[in-house]
Ligand binder design. Structure first.
Ligand SMILES: NC(=O)c1ccc[n+]([C@@H]2O[C@H](COP(=O)([O-])OP(=O)(O)OC[C@H]3O[C@@H](n4cnc5c(N)ncnc54)[C@H](O)[C@@H]3O)[C@@H](O)[C@H]2O)c1
Length: 346
């Protein structure tokens, strides 16, 4: 299958490597107005275009991966959807719910698959954790906590990352929220506080969030891109070689019959009786052999969707609903109230 790559920046370069290493597809063309992207296409001997319309006059890819800044996801998705070309759009699906909904509606009308690049869902650690939770091994899930504390240097904050949508809620916590929805269930209501005491400007640099799930479970999350710490999925999962690997825990999921630490895949249970006076013990369950690089599994799912062999593991609607939760978190922080996200049914 011929795949087009739109946006050859930080994320796009990883998609290029993933496409090149997959025997079931080829990198058909790169679309990106930057000089850097032009040079990459020269080096790889791949077709190059500075804009999508021109590219689609000359080429007819089987699918496209869109890895451009969030505010232009909708604009860049439309020409592909018009031509019924399946697309995988990097997370977040768009920079706001309204434009994300436009993408989903347009794709539905054109009967064209849209996937959202919440690649962590494809991680075998997450797939296994989901089946453990669904099997009832932990009992009823009562509460969960996720920590995402990182430190991003000033050089990371180019023009678009300094404006709305460039803060850690949309860049980082959106992944954690998506996973909590995937693992625990749909979110009913959120509360939150945010601050930007370090970087200032329009975007948050830190936020704390309370979640109430529709199944009654409760969750807390804490995110910051101004804290030096080893606790975040980015630094703990070893799924992306650009981050140093720290073998720490960043998610805790607690049930009536046991609790789970991720990404260590460690389950804690009572040795005998369930009681705080009784000993508890832990065990690590086996994940099985896998490539610890979910972009590979994500691309495989995308190719199978193009061939009509699989459903998306993370669809456009999934991306839209995760974004709706992030918008609810932003609104909750702004209004100091509890907010119910408006979610779209599948
Ligand atoms: N899944 C992940 O873990 C992950 C990680 C990083 C970024 N992302 C997402 O990937 C997307 C890109 O982020 P990034 O960090 O790679 O940004 P970036 O700034 O490094 O790269 C963006 C690229 O898109 C190009 N571009 C801009 N407008 C364009 C247009 N209209 N048409 C074609 N190309 C255009 C730019 O020239 C640049 O090369 C964002 O949505 C971001 O949230 C996801």
């Amino acid at each position: 299958m011929k795949i087009a790559l739109v946006g050859a920046g930080l994320a796009g370069k990883q998609h290029i490597q993933t496409i090149l290493s997959n025997k079931n597809c080829t990198l058909d063309l790169i679309i990106d107005p930057s000089q850097g992207a032009y040079e990459i296409s020269k080096k790889l001997n791949t077709q190059y275009f500075s804009n999508i319309e021109k590219a689609l006059e000359k080429s007819n890819p089987d699918g496209a991966i869109i890895a451009t800044p969030n505010p232009v996801h909708k604009k860049n998705a439309e020409p592909f959807i018009r031509k019924k070309i399946p697309i995988l759009i990097e997370k977040p699906l768009s920079s706001d719910v309204k434009s994300a909904l436009d993408i989903v509606i347009h794709a539905k009308k054109q009967n064209t698959p849209v996937l959202t690049g919440h690649h962590r869902r494809h991680n075998k650690i997450i797939q296994k954790a989901k089946s453990k939770i669904q099997s009832g091994d932990l009992g009823k899930i009562i509460a969960s906590h996720a920590t995402c504390w990182l430190f991003k240097p000033n050089s990371y904050f180019n023009t678009w990352r300094k404006s709305l949508g460039g803060g850690p809620l949309l860049i980082n916590l959106v992944h954690d929220i998506d996973l909590m929805r995937y693992l625990i269930g749909e979110i009913d209501c959120v509360q939150s506080f945010e601050s930007n005491s370090i970087r200032g400007g329009d975007t948050e640099d830190t936020a704390v969030v309370l979640l109430k799930f529709k199944n009654g479970s409760l969750g807390t999350l804490s995110v910051s891109d101004t804290i030096i710490s080893p606790w975040s999925w980015e630094l703990n999962s070893n799924e992306n070689p650009i981050y140093p690997y720290n073998k720490q825990t960043c998610y805790w999921i607690g049930g009536t019959h046991g609790s789970l630490e991720l990404p260590k895949s460690k389950i804690w249970k009572s040795v005998d009786k369930r009681s705080w006076w009784e000993p508890i013990t832990h065990s690590n369950y086996k994940i099985g052999k896998y490539k610890n690089y979910p972009l590979v599994q994500q691309l495989n799912n995308f190719l199978a969707v193009i061939e009509n062999k699989e459903e998306p593991i993370c669809s456009g609607i999934d991306g839209l609903n995760t974004l709706a939760v992030i918008e609810a978190i932003k609104l909750a922080a702004k209004t100091n109230t509890a907010v119910k996200p408006e979610l779209l049914k599948k």
